[in-house]
Design a protein around this ligand. Sequence first.
Ligand SMILES: NC(=O)c1ccc[n+]([C@@H]2O[C@H](COP(=O)([O-])OP(=O)(O)OC[C@H]3O[C@@H](n4cnc5c(N)ncnc54)[C@H](O)[C@@H]3O)[C@@H](O)[C@H]2O)c1
Length: 358
Amino acid sequence: MSTRTIAIIGLGQGLSHLQAFQMLPDSTVIAVCDSDNALAQRIAQHYHIPHVYDHIDAVLANRAIDAVVIATPDHLHGQHTIMALNAGKHVLCEIPMALTIAECQQIIALSERHGLTYQMGNQVRYAECLHDIAGLLRAGDLGPLFYGEGEYLHDMHDIVDDRPANHWRINPATPQTTLLGGGPHALDTLRWLMGVRFGEVQAYHVNQPSDWHTTHTTVALFKADSGAVCKITVSYGMQRPYCLYYSVYGSDGSFERSRDQAGPMQETTNYYYHRKLAGARRMIPATVPNWYNPRLPRTMTLGHGTMEVAQAQQFLAAIQANRLADIHAREAADSIIPLICALQSADNGGGVVHIPAS
Ligand SMILES: NC(=O)c1ccc[n+]([C@@H]2O[C@H](COP(=O)([O-])OP(=O)(O)OC[C@H]3O[C@@H](n4cnc5c(N)ncnc54)[C@H](O)[C@@H]3O)[C@@H](O)[C@H]2O)c1
């Protein structure tokens, strides 16, 4: 496989991507960019990166760069991805794909027109705890699926407490929302597990003041084209440990994650039921690795276990084979446009919103 040259733009979560690509033999990180120049300089020095920039324009002008990772604040993803695709770069962009439907559609059009690889960075699709159930669901083991739940529950005090009041996540001009911030982990992962596309949505924000200029908790109900219904709950204010919960129900069986979840590198419990087990009076527990892939070396571990490394591997393989990445632009839009419509519903106090096709 030929070596791809990578630039990382935005050096918070972007640092995990930098480390992931540096661990892989078929990529080399040759540039970092952050509007905080001192931060970019520090990171470049520490990780031996030759090119350091404080503006995306300079990254995109460097013809030696094949692909960019966009890990800037949410409200910049659409604009930065469109700029990168127009400059002929492959793109791995953090969640969410963009904050507007028009930007999502433009990203689809550009990636398809220029034949560039695009991946939205929902690394949860590479969580080992979902590996087996994803296979069973694809094989139709639980029968036709009629209901699923996804939850992203993250008390954001741990992320924003030490940030200045103008930090983008809580800045009144650009506040992050739960639906488009953590929501893709809930909805995109559930949609992938169930293999569905959505036609309409209705959502509510809880009537609970947030500690910041952001939404506290939102619940959304999506109706799939297949007739299945999905519910997601996303919360930045729930007083409980971090939780990524999924359940999926089919006519032949059921899957439920535990809500009492272990750390990334620990084992966790999933629960299954199949009607062939008619004598069973309890869900069947299975102990599985949480966020680490036991087939990857332990040295490839980051804050989210091995998920970013597996995602980077898949992104590079897609570029090499000139094929669509797992969460290519149309696939990403099939999750993000429904979330944008859900936000519209919740912001208007509820009510059905019809979801346009991507
Ligand atoms: N997938 C995940 O699990 C996960 C986890 C954390 C964050 N994220 C996403 O990553 C993105 C960044 O979040 P974060 O927590 O790293 O935020 P952060 O504020 O810690 O880091 C963002 C960085 O981007 C830089 N930046 C801002 N505007 C820029 C610009 N115009 N050009 C270049 N650099 C710019 C900032 O200086 C900062 O260093 C967000 O979209 C967030 O939702 C995803």
